[in-house]
Design a protein around this ligand. Structure first.
Ligand SMILES: *[C@@H]1O[C@H](CO)[C@@H](O)[C@H](O)[C@H]1NC(C)=O
Ligand SMILES: *[C@@H]1O[C@H](CO)[C@@H](O)[C@H](O)[C@H]1NC(C)=O
Length: 427
């Protein structure tokens, strides 16, 4: 038995060697890439990406045990942007091909059927990871360190079963970070299976948990088998799925309908999912707020209350919390984009991402020096402003004639002319 096992291992090792030889027998490319900041780390110059077309996509990406990273791009080959993408991919690939991942690109200018099949928008550059039958979109910033770190953290299972203190801590640590869903199921039940199938659809965007014992259900406040709760960041109370929701499709529809939080934090890994235009009837409020300053901390507490008190406006109101400390390189860009001073103190504005404009809240209405004393009046001022936004009294819709006013100007509540959705390329 032992001898046989040794032989098997030897054969496998041989195969792996062959496979490696096949993969690494590649040309070096004429591309100057650098890992910035690490003197001991160098790009070895090998080309580790391959182009996929409609013909070979399915059999490559959906092959058993394949772990694929596919970069869908709509870029001319003489675009300097392409070099940057290429470096990002090659540097990531240098680290991750050793860990079983293969890297591919798809030219979506050419591969329109494939673009539609994989639900990539025209003009959009995006990265999908295909692994164990799951498809996960990467929405983070395109730098190898953030991407590789995210890849290494992809969980093996779409649902984490909470069975000990470690799992519980993981659940609780995500409190303000992510939309979380938790369900209470019989182990091995059909309903748990359906729940898991639904979770696959949302991997990388929503975190799914389950408990399968009455002990852990009690600890997490789940009362009956089949109960499912959804938690938004910054809101105190969960939403409960109706009893009737127990198939994959019903779970998916329910999650899709309720996933939008009122407030979420911009992070390196959710960047392109958050920094984008909202739906037509949704108002985007940017909140620049450095929690390490006295004023920022006070503002953060107000925003948390505001989010909780406006939870019924989920899907209509979207507050994006941005800690400038986490995006130090972007501070100047944002200040110039919106004509505001982020370093001076918190800033709050109704914004349009692709138009690069905003209407900014007059911060002098708040007293953040003695926030405890002024908590009520501060909240009231903010709520009044939010109400005006929701009613449409403060609005960015008529973007033809409001170029020069920073002050919110009452705008007649009228259906704005339907604005054609601009196809903007994300850089
Ligand atoms: C690839 O798979 C998809 C289903 O995932 C299917 O719709 C499509 O026709 C397949 N394409 C080819 C070329 O086989
Ligand atoms: C993608 O395809 C289009 C159309 O054939 C072409 O013009 C473009 O240069 C290609 N992009 C790359 C990166 O090869």
């Amino acid at each position: 038995m032992a001898a046989r096992r040794v032989t098997c291992v030897a054969v496998i090792a041989f195969c792996v060697l062959l496979a490696n030889a096949a993969v690494t027998k590649k040309d070096t490319i004429d591309l100057e890439c650098m890992f910035l900041g690490y003197p001991d780390l160098e790009y070895d110059g090998f080309d580790r990406t391959e182009v996929l077309t409609e013909k070979n996509f399915n059999k490559t990406v959906f092959a058993e045990d394949a772990k694929s990273i596919v970069f869908f791009n709509d870029v001319e080959d003489d675009d300097s942007e392409l070099d940057q993408y290429e470096c990002f991919l090659q540097l990531s690939a240098q680290v991750m091909t050793k860990r079983g991942y293969n890297f591919y690109t798809v030219n979506t200018t050419k591969e329109i059927k494939l673009r539609n099949q994989e639900e990539v928008d025209k003009g959009e550059d995006t990265i999908h990871v295909y692994k164990d039958g799951y498809k996960i979109e990467y929405n983070g910033v395109r730098d190898p360190e953030t991407f590789v770190s995210w890849l290494m953290d992809i969980p093996d299972d779409p649902v984490t079963i909470i069975n000990d203190q470690f799992d519980l801590d993981e659940f609780e640590d995500l409190d303000d970070e992510a939309v979380r869903i938790i369900g209470y199921f019989e182990p091995g039940s059909a309903a748990l299976k359906e729940f898991e199938e639904a979770a696959e659809e949302f991997m990388g965007e929503i975190e799914f948990f389950a408990v399968v014992t009455s002990q852990w259900a009690r600890k997490l406040g789940l009362k009956r088998i089949g109960e499912v709760q959804l938690f938004h960041p910054f809101e105190d109370d969960p939403l409960y799925a109706p009893n009737s929701v127990d198939t994959e499709e019903e779970f998916e529809d329910w999650v899709e309908e309720h996933r939008e939080p009122v407030m979420q934090k911009l992070s390196l890994t959710n960047y392109f999912n958050v920094w984008k235009d909202t739906d037509e009837d949704e108002h985007l409020v940017l909140a620049f707020c450095d929690e390490e300053t006295r004023e920022g901390r006070a503002m953060f507490k107000l925003l948390r209350k505001l989010a909780d008190e406006n939870s019924e406006h989920a899907g209509t109101l979207e507050i994006v919390l941005i800690d400038p400390d986490e995006f130090p390189l972007m501070v100047d860009v944002w200040e110039e984009m919106f004509g505001i001073d982020i370093e001076e103190g918190p800033q709050l504005g109704l914004a349009d991402i692709s138009e690069k404009e905003g209407i900014w809240f007059d911060m002098s209405q708040l007293n953040l020096d003695d926030p405890r004393k002024h908590s009520d009046s501060n909240l009231e001022a903010l709520q009044t402003w939010i109400d005006q936004i929701i009613k449409g009294d403060i609005s960015l819709d008529d973007d033809d004639d409001d170029d020069d006013d920073d002050e919110p100007e009452p705008v007649p509540v009228k259906a704005a002319p339907a604005k054609g959705k601009k196809q903007k390329k994300e850089l």
